[in-house]
Design a binder for this molecule. Structure first.
Ligand SMILES: [Zn+2]
Length: 118
């Protein structure tokens, strides 16, 4: 059963603004994912698209959406792949504040997903 069938009120946003870029959000069949056994989503930065697999449990979908959003922020902010965790945290926090401010519906959706399994 698909997540949207289970929680019809949780229609996900179709895009998320990450600073000056807008990433589309697309739900895909898990079979489209590379290494599908371990991959629940991916961020295609060159096409400004976050892909999320259909049918994930809400908490796992929220986890995956946040993971891919962080990849989108990492790309948009032009962060170095070799950063240590403290530097990465410092460089992610400001852009994350901007993303949270600019996308309240996206974070409402995440909150609904997370709370639906409590
Ligand atoms: Zn990743």
């Amino acid at each position: 059963m698909k997540i949207l069938d289970q929680f019809p009120a949780l229609a996900p946003p179709v895009s998320v603004r990450v600073m000056h870029l807008v990433f589309d959000i697309k739900f895909v069949e898990k079979t489209l994912a590379i290494n599908a056994a371990e991959m629940y989503g991916w961020c295609d930065a060159s096409n400004l698209t976050i892909h999320l697999c259909q049918g994930l449990r809400p908490a796992l979908l929220a986890d995956t959406a946040i993971h891919e959003l962080l990849h989108a922020i990492h790309f948009t902010a032009g962060m170095d792949d070799e950063l240590d965790d403290e530097t990465m945290a410092k460089q992610l926090s400001g852009p994350l504040v901007c993303v949270m401010r600019d996308n309240p519906e996206f974070f409402d959706w995440l909150r609904c997903l997370i709370n639906s399994e409590i």
